[in-house]
Structure formats: structure tokens, C-alpha cells
Ligand binder design. Structure first.
Ligand code: SDX
Length: 432
């Protein structure tokens, strides 16, 4: 805590209040308003939490003006270029890059937790054949607390670590089961001889009738996408996990809450919405019509995959995904090239338009990711599930950080009440 203060003055009463200011390692200072209500009987007001910090965190730093994203201090560009998803998962969970032995032990633990209890598979038989995979995944993740009673004591660090490894290891298996159910194909068990991303591809695409050849480029592309989607500070779904976990709810329930929050088209559901939008635009000639709609205040249509609460410059992840798009489409057949060309053309038109320039609307992480998923054979309905697989690492890292905080307390925001004033009950016979 520094001795910096921030003074607020109440123009009605003339009273001033000095609030303590806290300085972090990087980024803006924060004004600690924790005592404001008790001492001055006022709340702050910040719907959508545009200017509100909810916690201290050592995990991820974003500078939206400069397009900077750091995981535990390491730039996303360096991790994307030199690391892999399992190593990044270790970094996010434990705070440091692992030694070779630490990495081998962590990777082995994840590998040996990828199987799911056979009871889970019976859940899938109950889902309608065309259930949205996110509905299945959120339900099954929440049901994990019905199976793993041996890792539910949130006050026991050993239980917390077992939970962390279990849910990171099993989310791809649950995702694959949802995918196979939606296709009416038999469930494929994880294989311990495969790395994390190759296992995802094998569980998704192999069938019992013939050998499945895993494309190294497909595994590389998935690994990059998982690294880029692993964490992102106090985003909507991560804040949901923290809030749910702050009540002492079991960690599987908190992660299931995060899956549900991610599903929204304003958040992780945007990658699926981008593909629907590109298919609706159809051709470069139609771009101006859709850009005009996105600018029309009376039209609820927005350019999906554009804009971000924090990045008011480019989203560094979108840049890296766009580069991988070129590589994947070049090697894996250009059946999706028209879609990619359309996306590139849309980006070019939007970035030259005054409306998008003035409002700092740039392509975000969701704008290009779906094109790669499509090229890998993953259907649109599974795009947000892919996001959830990666973001589970961030959710777990933030849950661990939140639950280990001795000063932690239940999250319970207040409000500005604008409803009816005090009034007495009127019996139905006396009502007008
Ligand atoms: C993710 O928080 C995270 O970190 C999220 C994420 C992560 O890794 O966890 O990065 C992942 O969720 C990325 C965002 C995916 N969502 C989309 O692509 C959906 C389309 N984008 C938006 O709906 C919007 O940009 C948000 C939700 C991303 C950001 O919303 P904000 O910060 O609340 O901004 P806003 O809605 O107040 O918009 C500011 C202005 C508005 O115009 P005015 O009212 O000021 O006149 O910009 C306009 C908006 O109408 N605007 C858009 C637009 N996005 C914002 N106009 C057209 N098209 C868009 N995409």
C-alpha cells in the first residue's frame, strides 16, 4: 500500500473523503473504496464494471491501449511462439515456468486424469440428439461434484490440486463425448500415448472402423488456439467463476458457472456467431450493407468478433490467429479460403470506417478462430466448447488464487434502487 490518496468531494455537503490508492506491478492504480459506504453512506456505481477492479491478481496482465497480454509476466507472443499449452497451463496455475521434471510430472498427471467415470457417459444418452454441446458440457461439468467427493474440501490444498488437474484433464474428454453424441458416433476413449491436443483430435475424429491419422499441423493449430484462449484477466466468465467460488461452492460448480457465462454471444459464444455472420454476409459485395447495419443504432446487429471491453487497439491474439489461419488453409486445403478471404475483406473495410475507428473496434480473439476450427473439421456448435477447454485453465488458476486468499470474502455487490417507494399491501378486493 502506498501513501497515495484520492480525494472525493461531495458537492452537496462540501464534505471531502480521502481514499487510499493501491499501486500494482503494472497498469493503473486502484482507489480502495472498501470503507466508503461505512464512512460516507454512499455506493459507487459502475454497471458492467468498466472502471472497477474486483480483486488483486498475479496471473494475467492486459494493456488494452498497447495491445499487451502477459501470462505471469511473459508476453503472449513469446509463449505462442516458444511454449505449448500444457506448459502454459502449468505457468498459469503455479506462477513459474516448470523445470523439465516439473513439466513431465504435471503432463503425466494431466494425461492420467483424462478418463471420465463411466457414469458420465450415461448422461449423454439422456440428451436430445441435437442438444447444443455447450448445454451438455455445462451440465456434465457441474455434475462432477457428484462423483469426486475425494477432492471437494476447498480448504485442503491437496484437494484443490487434485481438482485442478482433474478438471483440466477431463474437459476435453467431456467435450469429445458431447461432440460424438451430437454426431451419433461412439465415444472414443482418451489415449495416454498422445499429447493433450492430439488426444482432443483423436477423441473428436477417430472412429472404431479405421485408423485415424492425426495431422501434426492440426495439433499445432489447436495448441496455439488453446494457449491464446487460456486466460484473460477478469473477463465475464472468469469473474463468474470467482463470484460463484466466493460463496464456498464446490469448485466443479464454480467452473460450470464459468462455462455458462462463456456461452453468451457477447463473450465466448462470439466465435460461433462470427461464422454465422460471415455465412449471412456471403460475399464481399454484401459487406457494406452489413457494416451499415452494425453502425445503425436502431439495428441490434453487431459485427461479431469486433470490439473489446479492454483492447482499444488490436487484440494481440487475433493477430496470431490470423497468421495461423494462413498456415492452416495453405496446408489443409482451401475449402475455407473463401470464408477467410471474406473475413480479411470485412476487417479491411471495417478498419477504414470512421465509426469503427472512433469507437476503437478491432477484430478480437473470436474473429478468426472459427475459421481454423472449421478447417480442422470442427462444427460451429463446438466452437465455444473449444474456447471452454482452453479457458478452464484460466478459470482454475483464478479459482485457486481466490480460494487461497486469506482476506477473501463472499462477493456481494450493492445497487442504486429505483423501484417503488415504501407502500402498504392492498387486499385484492380493494384494488382498482
Ligand atoms: C471475448 O473480456 C474479455 O477479455 C473477453 C475475451 C476473453 O478472452 O475472455 O476477450 C473474449 O469475449 C471477446 C469479445 C467477443 N464478443 C464479440 O465479438 C461480440 C461483438 N462485440 C461486442 O458486443 C462488444 O464489443 C463487446 C461485448 C466485446 C464489448 O462491449 P463493451 O465494452 O460493453 O462495449 P459497448 O457494447 O459499450 O460498445 C461501445 C460502443 C457502442 O456504441 P455507443 O453506444 O457508444 O454508440 O461500440 C459499439 C456499441 O454499439 N460496438 C459495436 C460493436 N462492439 C461495440 N458496434 C458494432 N459492432 C460491434 N461489434
Amino acid at each position: 500500500m502506498t501513501n497515495k490518496t484520492f480525494t472525493l468531494t461531495n458537492n452537496t455537503t462540501g464534505a471531502s473523503v480521502e481514499l487510499p490508492v493501491k499501486t500494482g506491478t503494472l497498469g493503473p492504480d486502484v482507489v480502495d473504496i472498501g470503507a466508503l459506504y461505512k464512512q460516507h453512506n454512499v455506493f459507487t456505481f459502475d454497471p458492467g464494471f468498466v472502471s472497477t477492479g474486483s480483486c488483486e491478481s498475479d496471473i494475467t496482465f492486459i494493456d488494452g491501449e498497447k495491445g499487451v497480454l502477459l501470462y505471469r509476466g511473459y508476453p503472449i507472443e513469446q509463449l505462442a511462439g516458444r511454449s505449448n499449452f500444457i506448459e502454459v497451463a502449468y505457468l498459469l496455475l503455479y506462477g513459474e515456468l516448470p523445470s523439465a521434471d516439473e513439466l513431465a510430472s504435471f503432463s503425466s498427471s494431466i494425461t492420467h486424469h483424462t478418463m471420465i467415470n463411466e457414469g458420465f457417459l450415461r448422461f449423454f444418452n439422456g440428451f436430445h440428439y441435437n442438444a447444443h454441446p455447450m448445454a451438455m458440457v455445462s451440465g456434465v461439468i457441474g455434475s462432477m461434484s457428484a462423483f469426486y467427493h475425494d477432492s471437494m474440501n476447498i480448504n485442503d490444498p491437496v484437494h484443490r490440486e487434485i481438482f485442478a488437474h482433474r478438471v483440466i484433464a477431463k474437459i476435453p474428454t467431456v467435450a469429445a463425448a458431447a461432440f460424438k453424441h451430437s454426431m451419433g458416433q461412439p465415444f472414443i476413449y482418451p489415449r495416454n500415448d498422445l499429447d493433450y491436443c492430439s488426444n482432443v483430435l483423436n477423441m473428436f475424429f477417430s472412429v472404431p472402423c479405421e485408423p485415424y491419422k492425426i495431422s501434426p499441423l492440426a495439433a499445432e493449430a489447436l495448441d496455439l488456439l488453446f494457449i491464446l484462449h487460456a486466460d484473460h484477466e477478469q473477463n465475464c466468465s472468469t469473474s463468474t467463476v470467482r463470484l460463484a467460488g466466493s460463496s464456498g461452492a464446490n469448485p466443479y460448480a464454480a467452473i460450470a458457472a464459468g462455462v455458462s457465462a462463456l456461452w453468451g454471444p457477447a463473450h465466448g459464444g462470439a466465435n460461433e456467431a462470427v461464422l454465422k455472420m460471415l455465412n449471412a454476409i456471403g460475399s464481399v459485395e454484401n459487406i457494406p450493407k452489413f457494416v451499415a447495419r452494425a453502425k445503425d443504432k436502431d439495428d441490434p446487429f453487431r459485427l461479431m468478433g469486433f470490439g473489446h471491453r479492454v483492447y482499444k487497439n488490436f487484440d494481440p491474439r487475433a493477430t496470431l490467429i490470423r497468421e495461423m489461419c494462413h498456415k492452416v488453409l495453405k496446408e489443409m486445403g482451401d475449402s475455407n479460403a473463401p470464408l477467410f478471404e471474406l473475413a480479411l475483406a470485412l476487417e479491411e473495410v471495417a478498419l477504414q470506417d470512421d465509426y469503427f475507428i472512433e469507437k476503437n473496434l478491432y477484430p478480437n480473439v473470436d474473429f478468426y478462430s472459427g475459421i481454423i476450427y472449421r478447417a480442422l473439421g470442427i462444427p460451429e456448435s463446438m466452437f465455444t466448447v473449444m474456447f471452454a477447454i482452453a479457458r478452464t485453465v484460466g478459470w482454475v488458476a483464478h479459482w485457486l488464487e481466490m480460494i487461497a486468499d486469506p482476506a477473501g470474502r463472499i462477493g456481494r455487490p450493492r445497487q442504486l434502487y429505483t423501484g417503488a417507494p415504501l407502500r402498504d399491501y392492498v387486499s385484492v378486493d380493494d384494488r382498482k
